[in-house]
Design a protein. Structure first.
Length: 181
């Protein structure tokens, strides 16, 4: 019986490896019913500190960049928030800075670079670098993040939430620090 048990364990291990069990986080969701965000990056305007992108109001006019990449079948709508928590579902303190909705799903391209800025009046505002596809309804509300800030710098998150018809939402959060200097 022991050789059969060892063979079974070996087969199970090999199956698990090929199925992706126990591997690192590839950025893809294994659930086929969930939106896949291929990539979401925040590029601050100062060097990262302790894994947090630095967004400084007094450097380069507070300019920073967001990049997001999706396959069209996952491009139903996207919202990007500044939040005090990595999971926007676990907080009441979040401010929306980007709201994109596809008017003709799945023919929109949500893979884009977004230019944003943070100023000393605690306003965060964004726009798409190069314009928005005509199939996308886009809103870029200016957010006042004063209620989030604690002194000269505050650790927060920029969170992307994505959804598409018939699928479950996904979200990715990038830790950031908003600073004045």
């Amino acid at each position: 019986m022991k050789p059969i048990g060892a063979k079974f364990a070996f087969v199970l291990l090999v199956a698990c490896i090929f199925a992706g069990c126990g591997g690192g986080d590839s950025g893809y969701v294994n659930d086929p019913d969930t939106v896949v965000i291929r990539d979401f990056q925040v590029y601050g305007n100062d060097n990262p500190v302790n894994g947090r992108e630095q967004i400084v109001a007094n450097i380069d006019n507070g300019d920073f960049m967001l990049e997001q990449f999706f396959d069209p079948e996952y491009s139903g709508w996207v919202q990007i928030f500044v939040s005090d928590q990595a999971d926007v579902g676990s907080t009441n303190l979040e401010q929306i800075i980007v709201d994109l909705q596809c008017e003709n799903y799945p023919y929109c391209n949500f893979s884009m670079t977004i230019s944003c800025s943070f100023n000393i009046s605690n306003q965060v505002s964004c726009e798409v670098a190069g314009g928005v596809d005509e199939l996308i309804l886009a809103a870029f509300p200016s957010a006042d993040i004063t209620s989030f800030l604690d002194g000269d710098q505050t650790d927060l998150y920029i969170v992307l939430v994505a959804d598409a018809p018939g699928l479950h939402k996904s979200q990715l959060a990038v830790p950031v620090t908003f600073r004045y200097e």
